[in-house]
Design a protein around this ligand. Structure first.
Ligand code: PLP
Length: 373
């Protein structure tokens, strides 16, 4: 059997990782400024993570959601404390798309409505309603195109006022910082007005922090730069440092109903032990602060490079927009300079390194980038 060929692959087989580096099967070392698509938060093969996950798999890897799971309770307690959302509840699932599906479902159960507002260039996942809320017609299959979603321009308060003023919008879903869309940042004023209008119209505000959350932006959540509190927050990627896991943080305005949400694998013992190890390391190694510090330095230095048209970002979520397609630059970075980066569309390079990237590694990256520009 062949693999279903949907990924355009680099011709590299990564077999090992440690900290901010990965190695291919020939022993070549790469600097990882991509974090396996913003997934590696605390670094590859962190010893504490390895120990906790190994011990858990040797004890109890899985049991179902029909019994008490104290590890889930601990994740909820710790996540509430570190994020400033102690009064919210947590529902655990396995992927980002699933987190958004459950958030949208909760919103619709809450106010009984069926219309969703999303934004130009948004990405929310590849399943049912999550893909419909993703503004990319190429990945919305006819079966997903059910007319639930209206896409508005980002940062356009008037457009929000008009659309939500109709009184029939179930939820607005917005990324803390757009990732796939090319590192587009909602302004604090827009977020504050969006919050106000959602409240006035009984519309649920969902913050997709799947890529921008878990410390990546230099705050625990990117929306915390605007001081608002959403009704639902979705997390995935960095929560498990590579172990598939996701969550919805749910405000106290929602009442849980037995059987309304559910999952076989979500929040299993192994996933929770990975999530707890991640929270331990984020706290002990001050990784949110590190992301803010190293990210600020990187952006200041990148802005000095005349070849780059615009640098956007916060913390270690950085976009470099060029006048020309970036394919060749990324190719040279990976094959000649041994640096992994991400892309958005044709002209933007995305940096999403592990949150433990240090100043020396940031400088090393800048040297290697300059060599190819
Ligand atoms: C903002 C955002 N939302 C949702 C998703 C979907 O997450 P997953 O691929 O885990 O389903 C992604 C993945 O890139 C994302 O960046």
């Amino acid at each position: 059997m062949n693999l279903f060929d949907v990924y355009p692959l680099f011709d590299i087989n990564i077999v090992k990782g440690k900290g901010r580096h990965v190695w291919d099967e020939n022993g070549t070392e790469y600097l990882d400024l991509y974090g396996g698509h913003a997934v590696i938060s605390i670094g590859h093969a962190h010893p504490h993570y390895v120990e906790k996950v190994s011990k858990q798999v040797a004890t109890l890897g899985f049991y179902s959601n029909s019994v008490i799971n104290k590890l889930q309770q601990e994740v909820a307690y710790r996540l509430g404390r570190i994020s400033g959302y102690e009064d919210y509840s947590l529902f655990l699932i396995n992927s980002g798309a699933e987190a958004n599906e459950n958030a949208l479902k909760l919103a619709s159960f809450y106010n009984g409505r069926t219309r969703i507002v999303s934004f130009a260039r948004a990405f929310h996942g590849r399943t049912s309603l999550a893909v419909e809320a993703t503004e990319n017609p190429k990945i919305i299959a006819p079966i997903n195109a059910n007319g639930h979603v209206t896409y508005l321009p980002l940062n356009d308060i008037n457009a929000i006022e008009t659309e939500l003023g109709k009184g029939d919008v179930c939820a607005v879903i917005i990324e803390g910082i757009q990732g796939v869309g090319g590192i587009q940042i909602p302004t604090p004023t827009f977020m504050q007005e969006l919050r106000r209008i959602c409240t006035d119209t009984n519309t649920v505000l969902i913050l997709d922090e799947i890529q921008s959350g878990y410390g990546r932006s230099g705050k625990f959540f990117a929306h915390q730069y605007s001081g608002i509190r959403p009704d639902l927050i979705t997390v995935a990627k960095g929560i498990g440092n590579g172990f598939p896991m996701a969550g919805v943080l749910i405000s106290p305005m929602f009442t849980p109903v037995y059987g309304q949400l559910g999952t076989t694998f979500g929040g299993n013992h192994l996933a929770c032990s990975a999530a707890l190890a991640v929270l331990d390391v984020i706290e002990q190694e001050h990784l949110v602060e590190n992301a803010a510090k190293v990210g600020t330095y990187l952006m200041e230095e990148l802005k000095k490079l005349p070849q780059i048209k615009e640098v956007r970002g916060k913390g270690l979520m950085i976009g470099m927009e060029f006048d020309q397609p970036v394919k060749e630059i990324r190719s040279k970075l990976i094959y000649e300079q041994k640096v992994f980066t991400g892309a958005s569309g044709s002209n933007v390079i995305r940096l999403l390194p592990p949150l433990c990237l240090n100043m020396e590694e940031a400088q090393e990256f800048l040297c290697r980038l300059k060599a190819v520009l």
